[in-house]
Structure formats: structure tokens, C-alpha cells
Design a protein around this ligand. Structure first.
Ligand SMILES: [Zn+2]
Length: 208
């Protein structure tokens, strides 16, 4: 099946996972990755396999929070480091010096992470504001012309994807509509079986 008219993957939705390479809310494979710090879910774009699909609405507060943390870390670390140096202390032997090292280390790591998030969010903002200037008809045509078309499948991942745009009832209707051929066949098969059983002649009673 090609193109689901119910969901336009080219219409910007900050609550939906977006692929910065394909510039669309493509369907995805969810990969569960177990790390030492817990479990991470990766959303791999079905079109290009890019594993950093992200949800702009969720990433934005993280990026802002990280920038605040990084700012605070350097606000504490830089003056503290300068005080230690001006007192003639080496930056590797006191508790305060260790604190400077830890703050600079974490600040740099999270700073890079925040920078990366900002980079992708900038791509998102440029795309979403350009899309918002287009008419619904143009967006509809763009979705049809997009090289990747989300396709219906009876899977948890598809349901998770569709629920980003539709209510659970609407997703249910989507399953009924597109999953019909498979479900319909099963229902028909069950009916045939039941009819077969009922149409079987009853076993002869005793004495017949
Ligand atoms: Zn992609």
C-alpha cells in the first residue's frame, strides 16, 4: 500500500519523531539498547536507517537544561580554577582542584551534547517554519511526492508512530481499515469452519 492519507508525514508536528536526513516524520524501527546506565530507545528511520530521529518537543527542554547546567559548571569552575592558580596551587592536588577538573569534564561533555541537540533543532526549526508557510494542499502534494511513503503494518512500532498524530481511537480505526484484508480472511475462515461443523449431519441416535 502506498501513502496513508490520514497522516501527512511532511506536516510539522513537534510531538512526533522527525528524521533530519529525510526531512519527514517517517515511520521507524525502535531499537532497545541496554547500557550500564539503563535502557535507551533508538528510533531508526525506516527510509535511511539514521538512528538519531528525535522528537523536537522533547529535545528542546533537554537542550535548554543542558546549556544552563554547562553554563553553571563553567561559572563555578573558571573562577575557582583562577583562584587556585593565583594562590600558586597546582591544579591536581587539592579537593577544590578535583572539583574544577570534574566540572570542566562534565561541562565539556554535556556542552557537546547540547551543541549537537541545538544543531539538529536548528534544522528542525528551519524545516518546520518553511512547512508552516505552505498550504494544506501543497503539503498534501509534497507528502505524495516524497521519496519515502509510510506504509501500514500491523506492528507495535506502526501503532506508536500513528499515535503521534492521531488519537488511540483513530489509530484503532486505521487498523480496522488497513488491517481488514488479513483480519477479514481470518473471520471468514472461522465462519466457514463453524458452518462446516453445524452442517455436519448429527450422529445417529441410539436405536436408529
Ligand atoms: Zn531518514
Amino acid at each position: 500500500m502506498k501513502n496513508l492519507p490520514e497522516i501527512n508525514h511532511c506536516s510539522p508536528n513537534p510531538k512526533a519523531y522527525w528524521c533530519p536526513d529525510c526531512k519527514a516524520h517517517n515511520t521507524f524501527d525502535i531499537v532497545v539498547k541496554k547500557t550500564r546506565n539503563g535502557t535507551t530507545w533508538l528510533y531508526n528511520c525506516k527510509a535511511c536507517g539514521f538512528s538519531s530521529m528525535f522528537c523536537p518537543g522533547e529535545t528542546l527542554p533537554w537542550k535548554n537544561g543542558l546549556f544552563v547546567f554547562v553554563g553553571l559548571a563553567f561559572v563555578v569552575a573558571v573562577p575557582l580554577g583562577l583562584i587556585l592558580l593565583s594562590n600558586g596551587e597546582h591544579l591536581n592536588d587539592s579537593l577544590a582542584a578535583n572539583l574544577v577538573h570534574v566540572l570542566v569534564g562534565f561541562g565539556t561533555f554535556f556542552g557537546l551534547l547540547a551543541w549537537m541537540m541545538a544543531h539538529y533543532l536548528k534544522k528542525w526549526s528551519a524545516w518546520s517554519s518553511a512547512q508552516r508557510r505552505k498550504s494544506p494542499e501543497d503539503l498534501g502534494q509534497e507528502a505524495l511526492d516524497h521519496p519515502f511513503q509510510p506504509e501500514y503494518e500491523n506492528s507495535t512500532e506502526f501503532t506508536r508512530w500513528a499515535e503521534q498524530f492521531l488519537t488511540s481511537e483513530e489509530v484503532e480505526q486505521l487498523h480496522e481499515k488497513y488491517g481488514e484484508s488479513e483480519g477479514g480472511e481470518k473471520t471468514a475462515a472461522r465462519i466457514v469452519l463453524r458452518v462446516d461443523e453445524e452442517s455436519r449431519p448429527p450422529p445417529p441416535g441410539p436405536g436408529e
